[in-house]
Ligand binder design. Structure first.
Ligand code: NAD
Ligand code: TYD
Length: 353
Protein backbone atom coordinates (compact mmCIF):
# COMPACT_ATOMS: atom_id res chain seq x y z
CA UNK A 1 0.00 0.00 0.00
CA UNK A 2 1.37 3.38 -1.05
CA UNK A 3 0.09 6.91 -1.54
CA UNK A 4 1.11 9.30 -4.31
CA UNK A 5 1.10 12.88 -3.06
CA UNK A 6 1.49 15.85 -5.43
CA UNK A 7 2.82 19.17 -4.14
CA UNK A 8 4.20 17.58 -0.98
CA UNK A 9 7.06 20.09 -0.70
CA UNK A 10 4.66 23.03 -0.34
CA UNK A 11 3.00 24.35 2.79
CA UNK A 12 0.03 22.02 3.28
CA UNK A 13 1.51 19.10 1.35
CA UNK A 14 4.66 18.95 3.49
CA UNK A 15 2.59 19.22 6.67
CA UNK A 16 0.49 16.33 5.36
CA UNK A 17 3.58 14.22 4.60
CA UNK A 18 4.87 14.74 8.15
CA UNK A 19 1.44 14.10 9.62
CA UNK A 20 0.96 10.90 7.63
CA UNK A 21 4.37 9.40 8.35
CA UNK A 22 4.08 10.19 12.05
CA UNK A 23 0.94 8.06 12.24
CA UNK A 24 1.22 5.41 9.50
CA UNK A 25 3.74 2.87 8.24
CA UNK A 26 2.34 3.18 4.70
CA UNK A 27 4.93 4.88 2.45
CA UNK A 28 4.31 7.76 0.13
CA UNK A 29 5.76 9.03 -3.10
CA UNK A 30 5.97 12.81 -3.17
CA UNK A 31 5.89 14.42 -6.64
CA UNK A 32 6.67 18.13 -6.60
CA UNK A 33 7.98 20.48 -9.27
CA UNK A 34 9.73 22.66 -6.66
CA UNK A 35 8.43 26.00 -7.86
CA UNK A 36 9.29 29.06 -5.73
CA UNK A 37 6.71 27.70 -3.23
CA UNK A 38 8.17 24.20 -2.97
CA UNK A 39 11.02 23.60 -0.57
CA UNK A 40 12.78 20.29 0.10
CA UNK A 41 13.95 21.87 3.35
CA UNK A 42 10.39 21.27 4.60
CA UNK A 43 11.14 17.54 4.33
CA UNK A 44 14.68 17.55 5.69
CA UNK A 45 13.87 15.48 8.76
CA UNK A 46 12.66 12.67 6.46
CA UNK A 47 15.93 12.41 4.51
CA UNK A 48 16.74 8.99 6.00
CA UNK A 49 13.14 7.75 6.09
CA UNK A 50 12.68 5.01 3.49
CA UNK A 51 8.88 5.45 3.60
CA UNK A 52 9.28 8.82 1.87
CA UNK A 53 10.30 8.91 -1.81
CA UNK A 54 10.74 12.41 -3.20
CA UNK A 55 10.58 12.96 -6.97
CA UNK A 56 11.05 16.37 -8.55
CA UNK A 57 8.67 16.70 -11.48
CA UNK A 58 5.55 18.21 -12.97
CA UNK A 59 2.02 16.81 -12.55
CA UNK A 60 1.60 17.49 -16.29
CA UNK A 61 4.52 15.23 -17.26
CA UNK A 62 2.48 12.24 -18.38
CA UNK A 63 5.46 9.97 -18.98
CA UNK A 64 6.85 10.60 -15.50
CA UNK A 65 3.50 10.31 -13.71
CA UNK A 66 2.66 7.10 -15.60
CA UNK A 67 6.03 5.64 -14.70
CA UNK A 68 5.55 6.52 -11.00
CA UNK A 69 2.03 5.06 -10.96
CA UNK A 70 3.17 1.82 -12.55
CA UNK A 71 6.28 1.54 -10.41
CA UNK A 72 4.72 2.31 -7.01
CA UNK A 73 1.12 1.12 -7.61
CA UNK A 74 -0.48 3.65 -5.22
CA UNK A 75 -3.90 2.95 -3.72
CA UNK A 76 -4.66 6.69 -3.76
CA UNK A 77 -3.46 9.98 -5.25
CA UNK A 78 -3.66 13.06 -3.02
CA UNK A 79 -3.51 16.14 -5.21
CA UNK A 80 -2.14 19.18 -3.37
CA UNK A 81 0.04 20.63 -6.17
CA UNK A 82 -1.12 24.03 -7.39
CA UNK A 83 -0.18 27.62 -7.89
CA UNK A 84 -1.79 28.97 -4.75
CA UNK A 85 -1.23 32.69 -4.20
CA UNK A 86 -4.06 35.06 -5.18
CA UNK A 87 -1.75 38.08 -5.50
CA UNK A 88 0.57 36.20 -7.86
CA UNK A 89 -2.46 35.14 -9.90
CA UNK A 90 -3.32 38.82 -10.36
CA UNK A 91 0.20 39.62 -11.59
CA UNK A 92 0.42 36.53 -13.84
CA UNK A 93 -2.64 34.29 -14.29
CA UNK A 94 -1.30 31.94 -16.97
CA UNK A 95 0.87 29.83 -14.66
CA UNK A 96 -2.31 29.19 -12.67
CA UNK A 97 -4.21 28.00 -15.72
CA UNK A 98 -1.28 25.80 -16.74
CA UNK A 99 -0.81 23.97 -13.43
CA UNK A 100 -4.23 24.16 -11.80
CA UNK A 101 -6.36 23.50 -14.87
CA UNK A 102 -4.24 21.90 -17.59
CA UNK A 103 -1.91 20.14 -15.14
CA UNK A 104 -4.82 18.74 -13.14
CA UNK A 105 -6.43 17.41 -16.35
CA UNK A 106 -3.15 15.81 -17.41
CA UNK A 107 -2.82 14.23 -13.98
CA UNK A 108 -6.42 13.00 -14.12
CA UNK A 109 -5.75 11.39 -17.48
CA UNK A 110 -2.58 9.65 -16.27
CA UNK A 111 -4.41 8.42 -13.19
CA UNK A 112 -7.44 7.28 -15.19
CA UNK A 113 -5.26 5.15 -17.47
CA UNK A 114 -3.59 3.53 -14.44
CA UNK A 115 -6.86 3.07 -12.54
CA UNK A 116 -8.68 1.56 -15.57
CA UNK A 117 -6.08 -1.20 -15.77
CA UNK A 118 -6.32 -2.18 -12.08
CA UNK A 119 -8.11 -5.39 -11.05
CA UNK A 120 -11.77 -4.73 -10.12
CA UNK A 121 -11.34 -4.87 -6.33
CA UNK A 122 -8.39 -2.44 -6.43
CA UNK A 123 -10.34 -0.15 -8.77
CA UNK A 124 -13.21 0.16 -6.34
CA UNK A 125 -10.90 0.93 -3.39
CA UNK A 126 -8.78 3.45 -5.32
CA UNK A 127 -9.21 7.18 -4.49
CA UNK A 128 -8.22 10.44 -6.18
CA UNK A 129 -8.44 13.12 -3.50
CA UNK A 130 -8.46 16.67 -4.86
CA UNK A 131 -7.47 19.38 -2.40
CA UNK A 132 -9.33 22.60 -3.15
CA UNK A 133 -10.33 25.88 -1.57
CA UNK A 134 -13.33 27.83 -0.28
CA UNK A 135 -12.38 30.64 -2.69
CA UNK A 136 -14.25 28.83 -5.51
CA UNK A 137 -17.53 29.97 -3.88
CA UNK A 138 -16.77 33.69 -4.19
CA UNK A 139 -17.42 36.39 -1.62
CA UNK A 140 -20.11 36.47 1.13
CA UNK A 141 -22.01 39.50 2.39
CA UNK A 142 -21.56 40.16 6.13
CA UNK A 143 -24.68 38.33 7.32
CA UNK A 144 -24.92 35.57 4.70
CA UNK A 145 -24.75 31.97 5.93
CA UNK A 146 -21.39 30.22 5.57
CA UNK A 147 -20.57 28.22 2.40
CA UNK A 148 -22.09 24.75 2.24
CA UNK A 149 -21.08 22.17 -0.39
CA UNK A 150 -24.06 23.18 -2.55
CA UNK A 151 -23.21 26.90 -2.63
CA UNK A 152 -22.93 28.12 -6.26
CA UNK A 153 -19.45 28.52 -7.67
CA UNK A 154 -18.65 32.23 -8.17
CA UNK A 155 -14.84 32.47 -8.28
CA UNK A 156 -13.51 36.02 -8.46
CA UNK A 157 -9.71 35.86 -8.73
CA UNK A 158 -7.71 34.06 -11.43
CA UNK A 159 -6.53 31.69 -8.68
CA UNK A 160 -10.08 30.94 -7.54
CA UNK A 161 -11.27 30.51 -11.13
CA UNK A 162 -8.46 28.07 -11.89
CA UNK A 163 -9.26 26.02 -8.78
CA UNK A 164 -12.99 26.10 -9.64
CA UNK A 165 -12.16 24.77 -13.11
CA UNK A 166 -10.06 21.99 -11.60
CA UNK A 167 -12.92 21.05 -9.25
CA UNK A 168 -15.22 20.77 -12.26
CA UNK A 169 -12.74 18.57 -14.10
CA UNK A 170 -12.40 16.24 -11.11
CA UNK A 171 -16.18 16.04 -10.87
CA UNK A 172 -16.49 15.30 -14.59
CA UNK A 173 -13.87 12.51 -14.43
CA UNK A 174 -16.05 10.86 -11.78
CA UNK A 175 -19.34 11.25 -13.61
CA UNK A 176 -18.02 10.35 -17.04
CA UNK A 177 -15.39 7.72 -16.31
CA UNK A 178 -16.32 6.56 -12.81
CA UNK A 179 -12.96 7.58 -11.30
CA UNK A 180 -13.48 7.40 -7.50
CA UNK A 181 -12.76 11.02 -6.61
CA UNK A 182 -13.10 13.01 -3.39
CA UNK A 183 -12.92 16.81 -3.31
CA UNK A 184 -12.22 18.93 -0.24
CA UNK A 185 -12.79 22.71 -0.15
CA UNK A 186 -10.90 24.21 2.76
CA UNK A 187 -10.68 27.67 4.27
CA UNK A 188 -7.43 29.64 4.89
CA UNK A 189 -4.74 27.54 6.53
CA UNK A 190 -1.92 28.72 8.77
CA UNK A 191 0.92 26.98 10.61
CA UNK A 192 4.51 25.73 10.15
CA UNK A 193 6.22 25.85 6.71
CA UNK A 194 3.84 28.55 5.43
CA UNK A 195 5.64 30.55 2.76
CA UNK A 196 6.08 34.14 4.03
CA UNK A 197 4.22 35.84 1.20
CA UNK A 198 0.83 34.87 2.69
CA UNK A 199 -0.66 37.10 5.38
CA UNK A 200 0.22 35.32 8.65
CA UNK A 201 3.86 34.31 7.97
CA UNK A 202 4.46 37.61 6.12
CA UNK A 203 3.36 39.62 9.16
CA UNK A 204 5.54 37.54 11.51
CA UNK A 205 8.55 37.87 9.20
CA UNK A 206 8.10 41.59 8.54
CA UNK A 207 7.48 42.33 12.23
CA UNK A 208 10.71 40.64 13.28
CA UNK A 209 12.62 42.33 10.42
CA UNK A 210 11.38 45.81 11.45
CA UNK A 211 9.44 46.24 8.20
CA UNK A 212 5.92 47.65 7.65
CA UNK A 213 3.04 45.19 8.16
CA UNK A 214 0.95 45.74 5.01
CA UNK A 215 -2.82 45.60 5.53
CA UNK A 216 -4.85 45.82 2.32
CA UNK A 217 -7.66 48.39 2.13
CA UNK A 218 -9.54 48.84 5.41
CA UNK A 219 -8.37 45.48 6.84
CA UNK A 220 -11.98 44.39 7.42
CA UNK A 221 -11.95 41.49 4.94
CA UNK A 222 -12.90 38.31 6.76
CA UNK A 223 -11.22 34.91 6.42
CA UNK A 224 -12.03 31.64 8.21
CA UNK A 225 -8.73 30.32 9.61
CA UNK A 226 -7.79 26.68 10.18
CA UNK A 227 -4.56 25.33 11.69
CA UNK A 228 -2.85 23.25 9.00
CA UNK A 229 -2.58 20.12 11.16
CA UNK A 230 -6.38 20.13 11.49
CA UNK A 231 -6.64 20.30 7.69
CA UNK A 232 -4.28 17.31 7.44
CA UNK A 233 -6.46 15.34 9.87
CA UNK A 234 -9.52 16.18 7.80
CA UNK A 235 -7.88 14.98 4.58
CA UNK A 236 -6.80 11.78 6.30
CA UNK A 237 -10.39 11.21 7.44
CA UNK A 238 -11.91 11.96 4.01
CA UNK A 239 -9.43 9.55 2.41
CA UNK A 240 -10.37 6.89 4.94
CA UNK A 241 -14.15 7.22 4.93
CA UNK A 242 -15.33 9.79 2.36
CA UNK A 243 -17.85 8.72 -0.28
CA UNK A 244 -16.53 8.84 -3.88
CA UNK A 245 -18.06 11.70 -5.86
CA UNK A 246 -18.77 13.74 -2.72
CA UNK A 247 -17.23 17.06 -1.75
CA UNK A 248 -16.43 18.06 1.83
CA UNK A 249 -16.04 21.62 3.12
CA UNK A 250 -13.34 21.98 5.78
CA UNK A 251 -13.09 25.03 8.04
CA UNK A 252 -12.16 26.18 11.48
CA UNK A 253 -15.32 28.08 12.52
CA UNK A 254 -12.86 30.96 13.01
CA UNK A 255 -13.98 34.03 11.09
CA UNK A 256 -11.64 36.97 11.70
CA UNK A 257 -11.13 40.33 9.99
CA UNK A 258 -7.57 40.70 8.73
CA UNK A 259 -6.76 43.63 11.00
CA UNK A 260 -7.70 41.54 14.04
CA UNK A 261 -5.40 38.74 12.86
CA UNK A 262 -2.53 41.20 12.40
CA UNK A 263 -3.08 42.80 15.82
CA UNK A 264 -3.27 39.38 17.52
CA UNK A 265 0.04 38.42 15.89
CA UNK A 266 1.59 41.67 17.13
CA UNK A 267 0.43 41.00 20.69
CA UNK A 268 1.80 37.45 20.61
CA UNK A 269 5.14 38.73 19.34
CA UNK A 270 5.15 41.50 21.97
CA UNK A 271 4.85 38.73 24.56
CA UNK A 272 7.18 36.12 23.07
CA UNK A 273 9.90 38.32 21.54
CA UNK A 274 9.44 41.97 22.61
CA UNK A 275 10.96 44.73 20.49
CA UNK A 276 14.22 46.13 21.84
CA UNK A 277 12.71 49.64 22.08
CA UNK A 278 9.76 48.40 24.17
CA UNK A 279 7.20 49.52 21.57
CA UNK A 280 4.50 47.19 20.25
CA UNK A 281 4.93 45.56 16.83
CA UNK A 282 1.47 47.03 16.15
CA UNK A 283 3.22 50.36 15.49
CA UNK A 284 4.52 48.78 12.24
CA UNK A 285 0.98 48.25 10.85
CA UNK A 286 0.61 50.13 7.55
CA UNK A 287 -2.55 50.32 5.47
CA UNK A 288 -1.75 49.85 1.77
CA UNK A 289 -3.65 49.84 -1.52
CA UNK A 290 -6.34 47.15 -1.65
CA UNK A 291 -6.01 43.96 -3.70
CA UNK A 292 -7.84 44.15 -7.06
CA UNK A 293 -11.20 42.36 -6.82
CA UNK A 294 -10.57 41.57 -3.16
CA UNK A 295 -13.18 39.12 -1.78
CA UNK A 296 -14.77 40.61 1.32
CA UNK A 297 -15.67 37.52 3.31
CA UNK A 298 -15.19 33.73 3.28
CA UNK A 299 -16.79 31.40 5.82
CA UNK A 300 -17.09 27.63 5.76
CA UNK A 301 -19.94 25.55 7.09
CA UNK A 302 -18.07 22.40 8.12
CA UNK A 303 -21.25 20.64 9.26
CA UNK A 304 -21.17 17.90 6.62
CA UNK A 305 -17.70 16.57 7.43
CA UNK A 306 -18.49 16.82 11.12
CA UNK A 307 -21.81 14.99 10.89
CA UNK A 308 -20.86 12.37 8.31
CA UNK A 309 -17.19 11.71 9.14
CA UNK A 310 -16.88 12.93 12.73
CA UNK A 311 -14.11 15.45 12.00
CA UNK A 312 -13.76 18.71 13.85
CA UNK A 313 -10.76 20.97 14.46
CA UNK A 314 -8.61 20.35 17.51
CA UNK A 315 -6.97 23.79 17.68
CA UNK A 316 -8.70 27.06 18.46
CA UNK A 317 -7.44 30.18 16.67
CA UNK A 318 -5.66 31.24 19.88
CA UNK A 319 -3.81 27.93 20.43
CA UNK A 320 -3.01 27.47 16.74
CA UNK A 321 -1.70 31.00 16.29
CA UNK A 322 0.47 30.78 19.39
CA UNK A 323 2.00 27.51 18.12
CA UNK A 324 2.57 29.12 14.73
CA UNK A 325 4.33 32.21 16.08
CA UNK A 326 6.50 30.02 18.30
CA UNK A 327 7.38 27.80 15.31
CA UNK A 328 8.57 30.84 13.30
CA UNK A 329 10.60 32.10 16.27
CA UNK A 330 12.22 28.65 16.58
CA UNK A 331 12.90 28.32 12.83
CA UNK A 332 14.66 31.52 11.87
CA UNK A 333 17.01 29.50 9.61
CA UNK A 334 14.08 28.15 7.60
CA UNK A 335 12.71 31.68 7.18
CA UNK A 336 16.04 33.13 6.06
CA UNK A 337 16.46 30.20 3.63
CA UNK A 338 13.17 30.91 1.85
CA UNK A 339 13.31 34.71 1.93
CA UNK A 340 16.41 35.22 -0.19
CA UNK A 341 16.63 35.90 -3.94
CA UNK A 342 13.32 35.31 -5.71
CA UNK A 343 11.30 36.12 -2.58
CA UNK A 344 12.80 39.61 -2.38
CA UNK A 345 12.00 40.20 -6.06
CA UNK A 346 8.35 39.34 -5.32
CA UNK A 347 8.18 41.71 -2.33
CA UNK A 348 9.71 44.51 -4.45
CA UNK A 349 7.33 43.84 -7.33
CA UNK A 350 4.20 43.61 -5.20
CA UNK A 351 4.78 46.10 -2.39
CA UNK A 352 7.40 48.24 -4.13
CA UNK A 353 5.37 51.39 -4.66
P1 NAD B 1 1.90 25.98 -1.86
O1 NAD B 1 1.94 27.03 -2.93
O2 NAD B 1 2.57 26.23 -0.55
O3 NAD B 1 2.49 24.61 -2.42
C1 NAD B 1 2.19 24.14 -3.71
C2 NAD B 1 3.20 23.05 -4.04
O4 NAD B 1 2.89 22.55 -5.34
C3 NAD B 1 4.64 23.55 -4.11
O5 NAD B 1 5.50 22.67 -3.41
C4 NAD B 1 4.96 23.58 -5.59
O6 NAD B 1 6.33 23.34 -5.87
C5 NAD B 1 4.07 22.44 -6.09
N1 NAD B 1 3.73 22.58 -7.52
C6 NAD B 1 3.28 23.70 -8.15
N2 NAD B 1 3.09 23.45 -9.46
C7 NAD B 1 3.38 22.14 -9.64
C8 NAD B 1 3.36 21.28 -10.78
N3 NAD B 1 2.98 21.74 -11.99
N4 NAD B 1 3.72 20.00 -10.62
C9 NAD B 1 4.12 19.52 -9.40
N5 NAD B 1 4.18 20.29 -8.31
C10 NAD B 1 3.81 21.59 -8.42
O7 NAD B 1 0.34 25.68 -1.66
P2 NAD B 1 -0.43 25.22 -0.34
O8 NAD B 1 -0.82 26.43 0.42
O9 NAD B 1 0.33 24.15 0.32
O10 NAD B 1 -1.74 24.62 -1.00
C11 NAD B 1 -1.84 23.23 -1.34
C12 NAD B 1 -3.20 22.98 -1.94
O11 NAD B 1 -4.21 23.33 -1.00
C13 NAD B 1 -3.48 23.82 -3.20
O12 NAD B 1 -4.15 23.01 -4.12
C14 NAD B 1 -4.37 24.94 -2.70
O13 NAD B 1 -5.22 25.39 -3.72
C15 NAD B 1 -5.12 24.25 -1.59
N6 NAD B 1 -5.58 25.12 -0.49
C16 NAD B 1 -4.73 25.97 0.14
C17 NAD B 1 -5.18 26.74 1.21
C18 NAD B 1 -4.27 27.65 1.97
O14 NAD B 1 -4.75 28.38 2.87
N7 NAD B 1 -2.97 27.65 1.72
C19 NAD B 1 -6.53 26.64 1.61
C20 NAD B 1 -7.38 25.76 0.94
C21 NAD B 1 -6.89 25.00 -0.10
P1 TYD C 1 -3.60 35.50 1.83
O1 TYD C 1 -2.78 34.97 2.97
O2 TYD C 1 -2.90 35.92 0.58
O3 TYD C 1 -4.72 34.42 1.54
P2 TYD C 1 -6.04 34.52 0.57
O4 TYD C 1 -5.92 35.69 -0.32
O5 TYD C 1 -5.97 33.22 -0.15
O6 TYD C 1 -7.21 34.61 1.52
O7 TYD C 1 -4.42 36.74 2.37
C1 TYD C 1 -5.29 36.63 3.47
C2 TYD C 1 -6.00 37.94 3.64
O8 TYD C 1 -5.03 38.93 4.02
C3 TYD C 1 -6.62 38.45 2.35
O9 TYD C 1 -7.85 39.11 2.66
C4 TYD C 1 -5.62 39.47 1.83
C5 TYD C 1 -4.99 40.01 3.09
N1 TYD C 1 -3.57 40.45 2.98
C6 TYD C 1 -3.20 41.72 3.45
O10 TYD C 1 -4.03 42.50 3.97
N2 TYD C 1 -1.89 42.08 3.33
C7 TYD C 1 -0.95 41.27 2.75
O11 TYD C 1 0.25 41.69 2.62
C8 TYD C 1 -1.35 39.98 2.29
C9 TYD C 1 -0.36 39.05 1.66
C10 TYD C 1 -2.68 39.60 2.44
Amino acid sequence: MTLLVTGGAGFIGSNFVHHWLSAHEEPLVNLDKLTYAGNVGNLQSLAQDKRHVFVQGDIGDTALVTQLLNQYQPRAVLHFAAESHVDRSIHGPLDFIQTNVVGTCQLLESVRAYWSALPADQQSHFRFLHVSTDEVYGSLSPDAPAFTETHPYEPNSPYAASKAASDHMVRAWHHTYGLPVLTTNCSNNYGPYHFPEKLIPLVIHHALSGKPLPVYGDGMQVRDWLFVEDHCRAIERVLQAGTPGETYNIGGWNEKPNIEVVKTLCHLLDELQPRADGQSYASQITYVKDRAGHDRRYAIDAGKIHNSLGWQPVETFETGLRKTVQWYLDHADWVSGVTSGAYRQWVDLHYGD
